[in-house]
Design a protein around this ligand. Structure first.
Ligand SMILES: *Cc1c(COP(=O)(O)O)cnc(C)c1O
Length: 446
């Protein structure tokens, strides 16, 4: 293996691998980086260069690459049980994980249903919502509501409740229509007032839009799906927790399910284990994936309330939820998730993250105050800002320039963001801030 040069790996990959979310022709100019190994927050290529994984490898890696504690748990699990089907059988890792997650919601969300990727979790929540209404005699509740700019995955069903033109437009003819409501993104608020006042004003305006729709056709709507606190894929659009409280109340009033997609924002990313804790509300369905396995293995799940579970509980087979995936509840993935949850407990992660977040926010002040930057924002372990008058191909140029400064970063349009693993040292935090500033200045200078 070591005989292969970096350039050989690049050529072989481009000949045989179709890379995700990529116009492959761009790799004629944008570097493709073959990773040979990872350790902590760093990825290493075949020529010994390293890259700080400032976006947790697409938001999945919480405690670094090759984490010793997760590795040990997986090695033990590997010699015990790698996989067993979950219909008719069950096993310790999936039981323990379901119990632990339920406890984290104070047992409000008592059952977890498993899949492997985020889009599947979204599809499951949509199907469960519709089916539970049907089982309860409301078969005409068939519509779903999503937010402007929302992202919930890219399979046909998940794409129907996604509102990102770049991902959606080409497939429009294949998709079931959904209702789109105003975004609570505080950047859209009227200019006057303090930051909090503006965010809350926008939360109220956006909730009023939901109310208008629920009054008009609530009897046709099964569920509204929301990515709470930070709509990540649309460009780290942040909103006030008030929005979630207002929508929760409207859902109760108009008999509409609330689906919270915490695939990106869950697992401590926004400062609490679940983002919705900051609003003091629980949804009817909560989707988790990405960070739950520590970034090790594909795992997703949908947690739900007992009322929903009971709507399917019957002697009649067809009233059951007959959905399955081959790797549902995979023991290795569940064991990685258990090891991840254990690190949260052992290291008091939510509190130590608070200290790290403060340091990075402080270190990023030169960018926050930069004359070519607006809307510097932070929640928990997410930072973002928008470049003013960004040059053409800003995102790709930023990515390429970042690699020259030992950074893995991939802006969304003209929004630069950081979603680092929770293990950065003080030195790594300061380096991340300084290098990001250097990269930004270089790219903006053209
Ligand atoms: C990533 C993501 C998904 C889709 O998850 P996949 O595993 O990529 O299918 C859905 N919703 C949100 C909010 C996400 O960030």
């Amino acid at each position: 293996m070591e005989l292969n040069k970096q350039s050989d790996w690049v050529a072989r990959s481009l000949r045989s691998v179709w890379h995700p979310c990529t116009q492959m022709q761009h790799h004629e100019t944008v570097p493709l980086i073959p990773v040979s190994r990872g350790k902590g927050a760093w990825l290493y290529d075949h020529e010994g260069r390293r890259y700080l994984d400032a976006i947790s490898s697409w938001w999945v890696n919480l405690f670094g690459h090759a984490n010793p504690r997760i590795n040990a748990a997986l090695k033990d699990q590997l010699d015990t049980l790698e996989h067993a089907m979950l219909a008719g059988f069950t096993h310790e890792p999936v039981i323990e994980l379901s119990e632990k997650l339920s406890a984290l919601t104070g047992h409000v969300l008592g059952h977890s249903f498993y899949a492997s990727d985020g889009a599947s979790a979204v599809e499951i929540a949509l199907k469960m919502s519709f089916h539970s209404w049907r089982n309860n005699g409301h078969a005409d509740k068939q519509e779903f509501v999503c937010l402007k700019g929302s992202y919930h995955g890219e399979t046909i069903g998940a794409l129907a409740v996604t509102d990102v033109a770049l991902f959606k437009d080409a497939y429009g003819p294949l998709l079931r229509a959904s209702q789109t409501v105003m975004s609570p993104d505080w950047r859209l608020a009227p200019e006057d007032g303090s930051a909090d006042e503006r965010a809350q004003a926008q939360a109220r305006r956006a909730a009023a839009d939901v109310e208008r729709l629920f009054i008009e056709r609530g009897d046709k709507i099964a569920a509204i799906i929301i990515e709470p606190l930070v709509q990540c894929a649309t460009g780290m659009a942040m909103h006030d927790p008030l929005y979630l409280q207002l929508v929760r109340a409207l859902c109760d009033q108009h008999q509409v399910h609330l689906i919270l997609d915490e695939i990106a924002v869950g697992c401590g990313r926004t400062g609490t284990f679940f983002a919705c804790e900051q609003a003091g509300v629980w949804p009817d369905f909560l989707c988790l994936s990405k960070g739950i396995s520590g970034g090790y293995l594909p795992l997703s799940l949908v947690m739900t309330r007992d009322e929903i579970y009971q709507a399917f509980y019957s002697s009649d087979v067809t009233r059951g939820f007959l959905h399955s995936h081959s790797y549902t509840g995979n023991p290795l993935a569940c064991r990685a998730a258990l090891a991840t949850l254990q690190i949260f407990e052992e290291d008091d992660v939510l509190n130590t993250n608070r200290v790290k977040a403060e340091r990075l926010t402080k270190a990023l002040q030169p960018l926050a105050q930069h004359e070519q930057v607006r809307n510097f924002r932070q929640r928990g372990m997410i930072w973002a800002f928008d470049a003013i008058d960004a040059p053409k191909d800003f995102s790709r140029r930023f990515f390429a320039t970042a690699t020259e400064h030992e950074l893995l970063m991939r802006p969304i349009g003209s929004t630069v963001y950081m979603m680092p693993p929770y293990i950065l040292s003080d030195e790594e935090i300061d380096g991340l801030a300084a290098n990001t500033l250097a990269v930004f200045n270089k790219v903006m200078a053209g």
